[in-house]
Design a protein around this ligand. Structure first.
Ligand code: PEP
Ligand code: MN
Length: 367
């Protein structure tokens, strides 16, 4: 893991931090820590993969800041102006435009040169459904398999995912997911809806998903982050980009920086009929990329809720620079128990992936 920041870091917005040079020697870092302590403050040390950052905790007025800034090995001393600094480009070495952090999972690289495609049903329904969809999605070019076992649903009367029936049912469905992933060579991901599911789900899948509705659940974020597996982190449909990144910071604050951000649409405005389920905020893609080095992907399925819009929104997302897409796919969408209206077939998925790959190649140089 890249960061060794302790949980519940005390460094807050508006506080000062010392950024060490990339080549700073251990004794130079220790010297700064000792100086900070000498003035009665605590030094919160974040030894990053890219750079060491020392936050000052305590009464900063007691410290001659200019003195610290001039110590050997110090790059700069500055005020923290953002609530998300661990994932902020500015405070890390990946500051060059376009350079991003890549997350590797089971041979798949997320945030690299090629877009990554995540496909699979909204919900795991049967073994046969999952295996068939996995096989055909793989053939279509998908890299990662998704499938909900614990579904967040608006109505308590609708299908909640097989996991909600009980522990045995959850393990059975998670077992199919793992089996399908192994058989077709795809890492697998599923949503963790509550803290009590974290241990169980982490035993079976490669990537843990935080769903839109849970973006603000900081206890769940902490528990998921501590599993040291990549986290697919979805933006809440009512969240600003700043909130989205501030809550992603809760995952990074646990020392887990393998965070895949996911734009999935925000609440549409106006009265009357809304033609899309949510409003896909594609500007969030380049904005997030300027703010953080973390990869961001797009989910056109939940954003639009319409099968006929998945292709155009997928292409637009890739043109905007997204590192990948998550597309709900079913071998026979009409049969799907959840979100049938937005599910594409594997044949449609293949067309989308092929088109997106072409767009990615053509637009890479001009972004
Ligand atoms: C999902 O991806 O399965 C899902 C429920 O999406 P969201 O949390 O974005 O609504
Ligand atoms: Mn769905």
């Amino acid at each position: 893991m890249a960061f060794s920041r302790p949980p519940n870091s005390k460094i807050r917005q508006g506080e000062k931090m010392i950024i060490m040079k990339k080549a700073a020697k251990p004794e130079e870092i220790q010297h700064v820590i000792d100086e900070v302590k000498k003035y009665g403050l605590r030094a919160d040390v974040s030894r990053g993969q890219f750079r060491t950052v020392i936050g000052l905790v305590g009464d900063e007025l007691k410290v001659p800041f200019a003195h610290l800034a001039a110590l050997p090995g110090v790059k700069e001393a500055r005020m923290v102006e953002t609530p998300y600094k661990l994932i902020n480009r500015e405070y890390n070495d990946l500051s060059a435009e376009g350079e991003s952090y890549t997350i590797k999972v089971g041979g798949v690289e997320i945030g690299g040169d090629e877009p990554v495609f995540i496909a699979g049903p909204c919900a795991v329904e049967t073994r046969q459904q999952l295996m068939k969809t996995a096989e055909l999605s793989r053939e279509a070019g998908a890299h990662i398999l998704r499938g909900g076992v614990f579904k967040p649903r608006t109505s308590v009367h609708s299908f909640q995912g097989l996991g909600s029936a009980g522990r045995d049912e959850a393990e059975e469905a998670l077992g199919w997911l793992r089996e399908a992933g192994r058989q077709f060579g795809m890492p697998v991901l599923t949503e963790v809806r509550g803290e009590n599911q974290v241990d169980l789900v982490a035993e079976y899948v490669d990537i843990l998903q935080i769903g839109s509705r849970n973006m603000y659940d900081q206890d769940l974020l902490g528990a998921v982050a501590r599993k040291d597996k990549p986290v697919l982190f979805k933006r809440h449909f009512g969240a600003s980009i700043e909130e989205f990144l501030s809550f992603a910071e809760y995952i990074a604050a646990e020392g887990n920086k393998d965070i895949i951000l996911c734009e999935r649409g925000i609440v549409p405005v106006g009265k009357g009929k809304s033609f899309t389920r949510y409003t896909l905020d594609l500007a969030a893609v380049p904005v997030v990329q300027r703010e953080t080095y973390l990869p961001i992907i797009v989910d056109p399925s939940h954003a639009t809720g319409r099968r006929d819009l998945i292709s155009s929104m997928s292409m637009a997302a890739i043109a905007a620079g997204a590192s990948g897409l998550m597309i709900e796919t079913h071998h026979n969408p009409e049969e799907a128990l959840v979100d049938a209206q937005q599910m594409v077939t594997p044949a449609e998925l293949k067309k989308i992936i092929d088109a997106c790959r072409r767009i990615s190649r053509e637009t890479a140089a001009s972004r």
